[in-house]
Design a protein around this ligand. Structure first.
Ligand code: ASN
Ligand code: ZN
Length: 336
C-alpha cells in the first residue's frame, strides 16, 4: 500500500487557517489521517458519520485543502491534546488503552431523524461528536470538549473511575480539570469556562456548559432552581460544596449516573482553587500524577488523599504546597 505523508490545510470553526499532516493515498486522494511523533508514535484518523446509513468513512479530500471545519477541529485538537499529554511524561498506560489503535474521531454523529446530536462522548475506542441541536453548535469545534472526551480515555486507562456517584463525579471532574489546565497552557480566552466555544444562544445565561471558578453560576439565573440541588433534572446549576451534594439512590440515566455531571462541581471548584494557588504547570503535574493513585471506586476524600500524595511525590512535604491543597479541598467541604 503506497501512502505518503502530506501537509494539508483548512479553516476550523474559529475561522483560523490550520495546517496539519495528512496522508496521500496512491490513488491521489488525501486522507484525514497521519502518523505523528514518537514514544508513542500515534496514528490519528477522523471519520464522518452518515445519518441514515449508520456508517462511518475516513474523511477524504481531492486537493488537501479541507472544507469540513468539524473534521479539521476534531483532528487538530486531538493532536494538540495528545501533544500536551506527551509533555506530562509517563504514558506507560498508552499501549493498554483505547488509544493504542489510534486517536480516532467521528464527527457529524446523529440519529436516524437527521437531528443534530447534542453531545459528544468517548466510546471506549474513539471519540464521537455531534453537530449540536438545541444547546450546542458542533461539539468538535470546542478545544475543551475534545480535551474532556480524550481525558476520559486517559482516565479509563489509569484510575478507571467507575461512572457512578462520587467516583463518577471524579471521572467527570478530572476530565474538566485537565481540559481547564490545557486551556490555560494554550492561553485560551476563557480557561475556566467549559465548552464556551460550542454553545448556541439557547438561553442567555447558558454561555458555558460548566464553570470551574463558579460551578453554580447557572442556578442564579435559572428561575425554577431553588438551590436545593437534590433534583438532577430540575437543577441546572452544580454544587460547589459538599453541603449541596446531590445524593441519588441509583446510578441510572435519569439520575445522571448519580449526579456525575452535577457533583463534579465540587471537586472542579477545588481544582480551580488549587490552580489559583499553585499555578497551571504544578497543578497539571499533580492532577496527572494523581490518576495513578486514584482507584476505581475512589470517594471525594480518597481524591483529596491522592492529590496530596501526588504533590508530596513531586514537591515533598516541606513546602507550602500541601497546605494550599488542603485549604482548597476544605473550602469545598472535602475534609480529611
Ligand atoms: N459529554 C458527556 C461526557 O463526556 C457524555 C456523557 O455523559 N458520558 O461526560
Ligand atoms: Zn465527561
Amino acid at each position: 500500500d503506497t501512502r505518503e505523508a502530506a501537509m494539508g490545510s483548512g479553516i476550523g470553526h474559529q475561522g483560523k487557517l490550520k495546517k496539519f499532516k495528512t496522508t496521500k493515498h496512491a490513488n491521489g486522494i488525501y486522507l484525514l489521517a497521519s502518523q505523528q511523533g514518537k514514544n508513542p508514535s500515534v496514528q490519528y484518523e477522523t471519520y464522518k458519520y452518515t445519518v441514515g446509513l449508520d456508517r462511518i468513512d475516513l474523511l477524504k479530500d481531492r486537493d488537501n485543502v479541507w472544507k469540513d471545519p468539524s473534521a479539521i477541529d476534531a483532528y487538530t485538537y486531538s493532536i494538540n491534546v495528545i501533544n500536551l499529554y506527551k509533555g506530562l511524561g509517563d504514558l506507560s498506560w498508552w499501549q493498554d488503552s483505547g488509544l493504542a489503535m489510534g486517536v480516532l474521531s467521528v464527527v457529524h454523529y446523529g440519529d436516524d431523524m437527521g437531528e443534530g446530536y447534542d453531545n459528544a462522548f468517548w466510546s471506549g475506542d474513539y471519540m464521537v461528536y455531534g453537530d449540536g441541536e438545541k444547546i450546542f453548535k458542533t461539539l468538535a469545534g470546542s478545544f475543551d470538549i475534545v480535551s474532556h472526551e480524550l481525558t476520559h480515555a486517559v482516565i479509563d486507562a489509569t484510575a478507571d473511575l467507575v461512572y457512578c456517584k462520587e467516583p463518577g463525579a471524579l471521572n467527570e471532574s478530572w476530565a474538566d480539570a485537565i481540559a481547564m489546565l490545557f486551556s490555560l497552557k494554550r492561553g485560551a480566552a476563557n480557561p475556566y469556562l467549559i465548552a464556551e466555544d460550542a454553545m448556541k444562544p439557547y438561553q442567555p445565561w447558558l454561555y458555558a456548559l460548566r464553570r470551574m471558578d463558579d460551578p453554580s453560576f447557572r442556578s442564579d439565573q435559572y428561575p425554577e432552581n431553588d438551590h436545593s440541588v437534590n433534583h438532577p433534572l430540575k437543577s441546572w446549576g452544580q454544587p460547589a460544596h459538599t453541603d449541596e451534594q446531590y445524593i441519588a439512590k441509583h446510578c441510572t440515566e435519569k439520575t445522571d449516573n448519580g449526579g456525575v455531571h452535577i457533583n463534579s462541581g465540587i471537586p472542579n471548584h477545588a481544582a480551580y482553587l488549587i490552580t489559583q494557588a499553585l499555578g497551571t504547570q504544578a497543578t497539571l503535574d499533580i492532577y496527572y500524577q494523581s490518576l495513578f493513585y486514584l482507584n476505581s471506586t475512589a470517594s471525594f476524600k480518597d481524591a483529596r488523599a491522592a492529590v496530596l500524595q501526588s504533590a508530596t511525590d513531586l514537591y515533598g512535604s516541606e513546602t507550602g504546597v500541601l497546605k494550599q491543597i488542603k485549604t482548597a479541598f476544605n473550602a469545598v467541604g472535602i475534609t480529611d
